[in-house]
Design a protein around this ligand. Structure first.
Ligand code: ATP
Ligand code: MG
Length: 261
């Protein structure tokens, strides 16, 4: 894979601040599009390359994963992974305010990848231009992370069911805050003709809006479906066959993310 094939329409967005740590938030109003899967595995890919380039294990990992979900999907997933296989640190926030801003200022940290809950507490009556995030503990936690976010990853699926929410998330939540974003197509079923057509449709829909996207989709594989339960990360998948393809999809996302930072 070369860099030029990894990203479609690079915006070359620079980080919003001069700090060492860059904050990447995985966000999509629609539940189930793959936020947690993408957050955990992108952190694993980023963490794995950081481990390879930085052998000093006396300090914490330069990559931190965090979830602001009160249900704590990300933390539960990470807790199930064998410690020796976890190439990043993770923090439990349970939507508590003040934790992430502290980590962001830590000069040892380079990438902070934040999973967010589905079903954002959206105020349906919010005026265009007004903040639609509503009033709740999770909404406050989300506002806090968006304030320090350098990039957002927005999952979308070939199935149309997530498209409106993708647009809403970008137009109403990210653009008004000036947060650069990258759309990630997830759950493409390889080998099905109908799915190939649907994939082209979603790509066209994204490109018509001039949204930058990861050039190739994350494919739908059973191995991902069991990953939360089994406490596995793509970085631990086998280096052959389907598992290798499955791992490469996330490596591509991590690489494209780096190009945007
Ligand atoms: N590429 C994929 N291939 C197969 N299964 C996938 C893939 N991506 C996600 N899944 C599965 O789809 C389901 C939803 O994914 P996930 O929990 O990551 O979405 P989410 O956006 O975090 O959901 P929520 O909004 O509820 O937090 C999970 O069961 C997950 O294992
Ligand atoms: Mg989730």
């Amino acid at each position: 894979m070369t860099q030029s094939t990894a990203v479609h329409q690079v915006t070359g967005a620079a980080g919003r601040t001069g700090r060492t740590a860059k904050v990447i938030v995985v966000i999509q109003q629609k539940g189930g599009a793959g936020k947690s899967t993408i957050a955990v595995n992108t952190a694993a890919c980023a963490g794995r390359s950081a481990v390879l380039s930085n052998a000093d294990e006396s300090v914490g990992s330069p990559v931190v994963a965090a979830g602001i979900d009160v249900q704590g999907t990300l933390e539960k997933w990470c807790a199930t992974v064998r410690e020796a296989e976890l190439p990043f640190d993770y923090v439990v926030t349970k939507s508590k305010l003040g934790i992430l801003p502290g980590i962001v200022e830590d000069p040892e940290r380079r990438r902070i990848i934040v999973d967010t809950p589905g079903f954002l507490d959206v105020d349906p009556d919010a005026e265009w231009g007004a903040d639609p995030l509503g009033e709740s503990r999770t909404a406050d936690a989300l506002r806090e992370v968006l304030e320090v976010a350098d990039l957002a990853l927005v999952p979308i699926t070939p199935s149309k069911i997530t498209w409106d929410e993708c647009e809403f998330t970008i137009e109403r939540v990210l653009k008004p805050r000036g947060i650069p974003f990258l759309v990630v197509i997830n759950m493409h079923d390889p080998g099905k003709d109908r799915d190939e057509k649907q994939l082209n449709k979603v790509k066209k829909w994204i490109d018509e809006r001039d949204y930058p996207r990861v050039a190739a989709p994350i494919r739908r594989y059973t191995i991902h479906e069991n990953a939360y339960e089994n406490g596995t990360l793509v970085t631990e998948y086998k280096m052959s066959g389907t598992a290798l393809n499955a791992r490469e999809d996330f490596m591509r996302v991590a690489l494209t993310m780096e190009q945007m930072l």
